[in-house]
Ligand binder design. Structure first.
Ligand code: NOJ
Length: 748
């Protein structure tokens, strides 16, 4: 096996050159932003007339909420002061503005009353829904269904655009392999391919085909880049990863977003190997502009420009602003560093004015492309028509129930059968309207949420007695409610225990040092289990959790994430078997926090774990995860056979074509996520033991089977070598679908 690599140095260079073409799908259309000569002329004309200060005003984004409802920590600028700033051309974009009446008033000040009549671009964090709140993005990824994610993003676009939003700071496409990090909730989990598919789907959903349409918002892929790899899982912390990992793991979802036509990117808070992401010319210009040909603009994250002073990368705000704009950050979010400090940096020659002009050109192109110069106003009658409609709720229910992952179902405890005449719905999250909204619900309202208790009551109907006891809180050590919960359990045929994390235990600034069940919830579960009644746990969670006791003792566990407004209905659909669960984990669930980082595409090491002391494992815990990436049960059983490959020798420009029969051997119709993994056995860099290279969701009626085929370009099986060249090296590979495997060889 090793011999295959030895004698190849001579042709290796030619081979590398051949495959160094980026492998992700080439953009089908022409660039969206720019290149229209008539618009370019208008932009040049505007820039030619503007002073430096006026240009910098356009590159300034600030908080613009009229009320403090949405973000109480941010000081409000009074409406009249805001209008004054806009008329004076001091601001080109706002975030946090909501409602047609308010946004139209702001827009009038810009478009009719300012000197150059440049409309504002108004941004918001529409992360997992606007008012119709969907599952957190990690839940969306658990559907492994890009179409659903696209639909959810489209609904969010419809609702937010109707209230005057042009631009959403989503999707967050940060790969995360450390679930202590609170923002794991906002992304698609641990895998670059799944993350890329979800990123592209969200961009398509937000932006649609026509950026000028009233149901389109510009998307923003964030946080560029590697924000998901903070040391210790602590938000905003230092990131130090190899350039290979940067290119092979953290960059691909951004590339997918760019290829899907994303209009903007957000530069991250973190440093990458010593250089803050908001001052990193390599990622912002060399990779993003020169290699990927991104033609939209880059906005900084909140204050991330000025924070380069605290990082120790800039001596003062002017230095920070100079470094950010020359690296490739076009707009400053909220630190005013461009407006206040770049005049000095330009005056003393640190920043050529042409750099400012180029940043402005990029911002204006997007404003033109989304039609703001034609009509920047929002039809006030739309708001009432499109917010939280029954149709939108239906999409939210579909996404939610498709996102649930059944981890355990001993003795087919679920779905709940006709024989169950009484159910005890217990737990601190059972009757919560707030927590199912999840980490970034924006203008979402708790009153819109159907609780698990209500969903179960409604579905169970009059013939079933539903009891409820809270048992304990999510946090804290108060066990006084457990006795009442035990009593309710003892009187019932079945216990549904709804536990996990509250909405404020994940998201920005909410990292956890331990991802075990908080508070006394495990104690509650133990007491209920001790009653001898069957217990089904529904977990509401913003991240993977370490649940060793539950995994060994509780017969049924359903991971429901934070599922949004249709929480209770979607959970009842699954518990009662109206919907067969089909979600799969988009991220590994460890046995204990101490196993982190633990992920499927890991390396083999020189001493893979074995029954031998001197191999890579722990003395106090198995090295394997509790539940791996890609895991999830169904109420039916799928069996796999007849794995085949079309050709076993493949050229680098060829296609890996494999097929497998998937049979639904059970009595219920169901959907299965069929996953294809490969392993490149020997490389000039070591390769993961399993790398996801394809997946498909297939619906299979009970008793039937489907032949599932994959066509994967061989050029997508490569990696970045030590010289940062993307290569697919010839040699032997294994491939895996479920428990079947085969081999193929890439040849010269
Ligand atoms: C900081 C967050 O990191 C980012 O994701 C968000 O879009 C901005 N704040 C604006 O709210």
């Amino acid at each position: 096996m090793h011999a295959r690599r030895c004698n190849r140095i001579g042709w290796y260079v030619a081979f590398v050159a051949f495959v160094a073409v980026p492998w992700t799908a080439a953009r089908a259309e022409a660039p969206r932003f720019g290149r229209d000569p008539a618009i370019e002329k208008r932009i040049d004309d505007l820039i030619g007339r503007m002073t430096l200060e006026e240009k910098l005003g356009q590159l300034t984004q600030q908080w613009g909420a009229e009320t403090q409802d949405v973000n109480p920590v941010v000081t409000r600028t009074k409406r009249d002061d805001m209008l004054g700033l806009i008329r004076a051309g001091k601001v080109g974009s706002l975030l946090g503005t909501h409602g047609a009446e308010y946004t139209n008033a702001l827009q009038k000040a810009a478009f009719e009353e300012s000197k150059y009549k440049i409309p504002l671009i108004l941004g918001n964090d529409v992360i997992h829904g606007y008012r119709t709140i969907f599952p957190i993005p990690l839940g969306g990824a658990a559907t492994w269904d890009p179409k659903l994610v696209e639909q959810a993003a489209h609904v969010a676009a419809v609702e937010s655009a109707a209230t005057g939003t042009h631009w959403t700071f989503a999707p967050m496409v940060d790969v995360c392999r450390d679930p202590r990090w609170g923002r794991v909730a906002e992304g698609a989990g641990e895998d670059p391919l799944l993350g890329s598919e979800m990123a592209a789907a969200a961009v398509r959903g937000f932006q649609g085909d026509d950026l000028t349409a009233p149901d389109s918002v510009v998307a923003c892929a964030k946080h560029y880049v590697a924000y998901g790899a903070p040391e210790g899982g602590r938000d905003y912390n230092t990131v130090d990863i190899s350039l290979q990992t940067l290119h092979d793991v953290y960059l691909p979802p951004f590339r997918a977003a760019v290829d899907a036509g994303v209009g903007t990117l957000m530069s991250a808070f973190n440093e990458i190997n010593g250089v803050p992401a908001s001052g990193c010319r390599y990622t912002l210009t060399t990779v993003l502009r020169d290699q990927w040909h991104f033609d939209g603009f880059v906005v900084s994250d909140w204050g991330s420009v000025i924070e380069m002073v605290a990082h120790g990368y800039a001596s003062d705000p002017a230095d920070a602003a100079a470094k950010a704009i020359t690296a490739g950050v076009d707009m400053d979010m909220s630190s005013f560093s461009y407006r206040d400090h770049l005049p000095r940096a330009v005056a003393d020659g640190r920043v050529p004015e042409s750099v400012v002009d180029e940043a402005l050109r990029r911002v204006l192109r997007v404003k033109f492309a989304i039609g703001l110069f034609d009509d920047p106003y929002t039809d006030p009658s739309l708001e009432k028509k499109v917010i939280l409609t029954p149709e939108h709720r239906q999409v939210a229910r579909e996404v939610a129930r498709s996102s649930f992952v059944l981890l355990r179902n001993e003795g087919d405890l679920l779905p709940i059968g006709e024989d169950v005449k009484s159910i005890a719905v217990i737990g601190p999250l059972a009757d919560s309207q707030k927590d199912p909204l999840g980490t970034w619900a924006g203008v979402g309202k708790a009153e819109d949420v159907v609780t698990v208790l209500d969903g179960i009551k409604q579905r169970a109907g009059a013939g079933v007695t539903v009891r409820h006891a809270r048992g304990c809180d999510v946090r804290g050590d108060d066990t006084s409610g457990i006795a009442e919960a035990v009593e309710a359990a003892e009187q019932s045929d079945l216990v549904v225990l709804v536990i996990g994390e509250s909405d404020d235990m994940s998201g920005e600034g909410h990292s956890r040092a331990s991802i075990e069940l908080p508070g006394v919830q495990r104690q509650l579960a133990q007491k209920l289990h001790a009653t001898g009644k069957p217990v089904a746990v529904v977990l509401l969670n913003g991240r993977p959790m370490a649940l060793p006791w539950l995994a060994e003792n509780i017969p049924a566990i359903l991971v429901a994430w934070h599922p949004g407004v249709e929480c209770g209905n979607a959970i009842a659909d699954v518990l009662f078997g109206d919907f067969n669960p089909c979600g799969k984990l988009p991220i590994t669930f460890p046995r204990a926090t101490g196993q982190i980082p633990i992920y499927t595409a890991h390396k083999n090491t020189g001493r893979p774990p074995r029954d031998d002391r001197y191999t890579s494992k722990y003395i106090d815990l198995p090295w394997t995860p509790q539940y791996p990436f890609g895991y999830g049960l169904s109420y039916t059983q799928f069996t796999y056979r007849n794995l085949s490959i079309k050709a076993q020798e493949l050229k680098a420009d060829g296609t890996l074509e494999v097929a497998v029969d998937v049979a639904n051997a059970g009595k219920r119709d169901g959907a299965e996520i069929v996953q294809l993994y490969v392993r490149d056995l020997v490389g000039s860099s070591t390769r993961p033991v399993r790398q996801l290279v394809g997946f498909q969701k297939v619906q299979i009626p009970a008793g039937q089977d489907r032949r599932v085929k994959f066509s994967v370009p061989v050029r997508s099986l490569g990696f970045h070598n030590w010289d940062m060249q993307y290569v697919v090296e010839p040699g032997d590979f294994q491939f895996f679908i479920a428990d079947l495997e085969g081999t193929f060889r890439v040849v010269e």
